[in-house]
Design a binder for this molecule. Structure first.
Ligand SMILES: [Zn+2]
Length: 83
């Protein structure tokens, strides 16, 4: 492996531990829940999920699980306030 690539891999390892550098703006995933797959999206600070619980409550186990996984990389509420 060339020297340049080795340096980039080392940098990637450091970056991967610095979540405050990463700001999720858009995301779409297929979430294989216990009762089947769901499409979960994050856009402009808002979650959507196609499960029935989300439709009635605006939050669900799928969005909450992703919030945990993405902890530190989602915009804080203050960053989403209208300017
Ligand atoms: Zn859901």
């Amino acid at each position: 492996m060339d020297y340049g690539m080795i340096g980039k891999i080392e940098k990637a390892k450091r970056y991967a531990e610095q979540r405050d550098r990463i700001h999720v703006e858009q995301l779409q995933v297929r979430f294989d829940g216990d009762h089947g797959p769901h499409t979960v999206s994050f856009n402009a600070g808002a979650w959507t999920c196609d499960c029935n619980f989300f439709l009635s409550r605006g939050v669900c186990s799928h969005t909450m699980a992703l919030e945990r996984i993405l902890e530190g990389m989602l915009p804080a509420p203050a960053e989403l306030a209208p300017h």
